[in-house]
Design a protein around this ligand. Structure first.
Ligand code: GLN
Length: 500
């Protein structure tokens, strides 16, 4: 293949930069979130875990709305700008909240408004930027997979830098400094919006040179004015604040809502008489893998909650010359993605050459197994260790490395499976299933994180009792290990259904 054929459009690098700054903002804030809640706002870990679960759960649910509205009214470009601005506003609310952390009457509303803005803004940013990547290319262009890989590097460059920069300024050991992390996140988000605004006209074009991401021609113009859009998103933020607040404080309903979403979507698809048997079998494969990824992400996303408590309280972070801030550990996953992804891609190519590349469901089962092994590693490190004792950071670092290998086996494969198998008519609806599974997993991650052992506290989930760190981590070994084994057994059957 000639060098020219390999060349990617410049627009890809614009989207790379836009997404990098946005992920910097998202992961930088996430690195601080439970620390801020427990150390500055003085909530307990159970409550902080619940906030984390409801927040990140809704982060994956609002993209359904953001994708829908962009397709019909706003187009991708403007949705990204409005969503990005609202996320920046969210960070600034959190910054003010951080200023008044010791006054609950002021800090509490500011905190929830900030969180609501992040959720609503993300819902309009994330699905639309991902969709633009594919639109830069002709349908079926073989460079699309590579484009998404490059884009994934952008995600993780931001994911690596955010926790480090925000952690450096905000996670200093002084309660009053957390606000700087939110400010840094807000500035990064503004950089993202500015990048998009400066370069979208010139570089976001398709293979024929026509602009992409524009609003549909017949959409009402009034609703496409940025202040109107931001105002609308602000209303959605208020709604999401209410949703988060009710879920945490009144009645935990989010699981049921998500379950209802999945059942409703499956009813729509399976009752559609225009789909033939083969298509329905492919859809069944997608539902099955969505079910299994719940076990993956609910254990993996402990990163922002229980594993951060562990980094803070049970990990020796003092290197003698430098004490590593707790939040830095949240950048490890992204650092490992950037460094290990080429190795994993190389392994698949090598195996492919000798006709031994595993099927997608098999790779996903491997991902779950690697996740279980990561937890087994850290469970070994804390065997016999009391809740207040600190262990070496190699346990956490090694675990994040194994988790990242797991992510690289499961996450990109899952997404491309949706692209390949979803019947055209239901492509977006099935993407919604994938997002809803992620939302479910993140909400569940909050529930699991609340089981984190402390003092003599004994917690339990589905009959499994947890009274120390070893038992806590073994819980994830059993859950992910069991899910992996079942998926290994199912993978041959799923492969058959896919190839039909
Ligand atoms: N780390 C990736 C991102 O932030 C993927 C996360 C996920 O799919 N749960 O986009």
């Amino acid at each position: 293949m000639s060098a020219a054929a390999e060349k990617h459009p410049k627009g890809l690098y614009v989207l790379f930069a836009t997404e990098m700054w946005e992920r910097f903002n998202y992961y930088g804030m996430r690195a601080i979130l439970v620390l801020f809640l427990t150390k500055a706002l003085l909530f307990d870990k159970v409550f902080a875990s619940q906030v984390y679960g409801s927040y990140t759960g809704l982060i994956y649910l609002t993209p359904l709305l953001g994708g829908y509205i962009a397709d019909r009214y706003w187009g991708n470009n403007k949705s990204i700008i409005a969503g990005g601005l609202v996320m920046a506003i969210g960070e600034f609310f959190l910054f003010f909240c951080g200023n008044y952390y010791d006054n609950a009457v002021i800090a509490t509303p500011l905190f929830y408004i900030g969180l609501g803005c992040m959720i609503a803004g993300n819902g309009f940013f994330k699905p639309n930027i991902s969709s633009l990547v594919g639109q830069l290319y002709k349908k079926g262009d073989s460079k699309i997979d590579a484009a998404y890989t490059i884009f994934y590097m952008g995600i993780n460059t931001g994911g690596a830098l955010g926790p480090i920069v925000c952690g450096y300024f905000g996670d200093t050991g002084s309660k009053g400094d957390f606000k700087w992390a939110f400010l840094a996140g807000g500035i990064a988000m503004l950089l993202s919006v500015v990048t998009q605004m400066l370069f979208q006209k010139k570089y976001l074009v398709n293979a024929e040179g026509a602009s992409i991401g524009e609003a549909p021609a017949n959409a009402p113009k009034f609703f496409q004015k940025i202040p109107v859009m931001v105002g609308f998103l602000f209303l959605i933020s208020l709604l999401t604040i209410a949703l988060v607040y009710i879920d945490i404080k009144v009645v935990s309903y989010l699981f049921w809502l998500l379950l209802a979403c999945i059942l409703f979507i499956s009813f729509i698809i399976f009752s559609d008489s225009t789909l033939n048997g083969i298509e329905k079998k492919k859809v069944a494969v997608l539902f099955t893998v969505s079910f299994f990824v719940i076990f993956f992400w609910s254990a993996f996303e402990q990163a922002g909650a229980s594993l951060t408590y562990f980094a803070s309280e049970n990990t020796e972070r003092n290197l003698g010359f430098f004490e590593v801030p707790t939040s830095f550990f949240q950048s490890l996953n992204s650092i490992f993605v950037v460094t290990l992804a080429p190795l994993v891609a190389w392994i698949w190519i090598k195996l492919g050459k000798i006709n031994k590349e595993p099927s997608s469901p098999f790779k996903m089962a491997m991902g779950l197994m690697l996740l279980a092994l990561g937890y087994l590693w850290i469970a070994t490190g804390v065997k016999g260790v009391g809740t207040g004792v600190k262990v070496s950071m190699i346990w956490l670092v090694g675990m994040y490395m194994m988790h990242t290998f797991g992510e690289l086996c499961l996450s990109p494969i899952g997404l491309s499976l949706f692209n390949k198998l979803a019947p055209f008519k239901f492509a977006s609806l099935l993407m919604a299933v994938w997002f809803t599974a992620n939302a479910f997993a993140n909400k569940l991650a909050g529930v699991f994180s609340a089981l984190y052992p402390e003092g003599d506290k004994v917690t339990s989930f589905a009959g499994y009792q947890i009274s120390n760190l070893h038992e806590f981590f073994m819980f994830f070994v059993f859950m992910a290990g069991l899910a992996s084994i079942i998926l290994f057994f199912l993978s041959r059957k799923l492969k058959g259904l896919m190839e039909n």
